[in-house]
Design a protein. Structure first.
Length: 239
């Protein structure tokens, strides 16, 4: 039984053209300023696919902050209703993410998404879409760049350069470790870029990607009974 319900702002069974219209209509709801008081729990979300990409398997992993100890995990499966189209990932992945998120005992203070936020052609990537629907501050942490250009990022942990598109700062190319490629951080909802970068850096310990999305990816990529939920401690936040 879902513990949390989120508003149905639009149908998920829509055409490509309608999806673009939804992004344009919901974009004004995105808040690019801090709406946080205190962060105690951060969540990572990710989606894997099975049965020849016909079923999406979404994982939510909630960690304490800043200790990054696992508090809760949930998993949900849903039939895929939207094709893979760059720039429209949210229409494919958010329905199962909402199903998994609806089952957690307590909602997180911030969600980190494996995808874009404001760094999107229409400034409404997955992290923005999820943040607007749930009302939870959200951050996009993408492994690759979708749009924009940036200067070279200094080779030191925590260094970043603005990601620019048409003269607008839409995100940051962030070096989370020395000698690794930068990740692309952008605001999803209810955060400013500086705060988003700070949270991402706290969540990055021994690896290029944040522990939140690393853990969610691991859970989304492995087989587990549908609807499974677990609460378990972690001995080390870097594991």
């Amino acid at each position: 039984m879902p513990r949390h319900r989120f508003p149905a702002l639009h149908s998920w069974k829509i055409s490509y053209a309608k999806a673009k219209q939804v992004q344009q209509e919901l974009f004004p709801l995105v808040e690019l300023r801090d709406g946080l008081h205190k962060v105690n729990k951060v969540a990572g979300v990710d989606v894997g696919f099975e049965d020849k990409n016909t079923v999406a398997r979404a994982a939510v992993v909630i960690l304490s902050y800043p200790a990054l100890q696992t508090v809760e995990t949930t998993l949900a499966r849903r039939k895929v209703q939207f094709p893979y189209i760059p720039g429209y990932l949210s229409f494919r992945e958010i329905p199962p993410i909402l199903a998994a998120l609806s089952k957690v005992e307590q909602l997180p203070d911030v969600i980190l998404c494996d995808g874009q936020g404001y760094a999107h052609p229409r400034r409404f990537g997955l992290a923005c879409h999820l943040g607007v629907i749930t009302g939870i501050p959200s951050i996009g942490v993408a492994k690759t760049r979708l749009v924009g250009e940036h200067a070279a990022v200094p080779n030191r942990k925590g260094a970043w350069t603005p990601l620019l598109d048409k003269g607008e700062t839409i995100g940051a190319a962030l070096r989370t470790r020395r000698d690794v490629k930068p990740v692309y951080v952008s605001v999803g909802h209810k955060l400013c870029l500086t705060t988003a970068i700070e949270i991402v850096m706290v969540c990055c310990t021994n690896y290029r990607l944040p522990e939140t999305t690393r853990a969610a990816h691991s859970l989304a990529s492995r087989s587990k009974p549908s609807g499974a939920r677990s609460i378990r401690p972690v001995s080390s936040p870097g594991c």
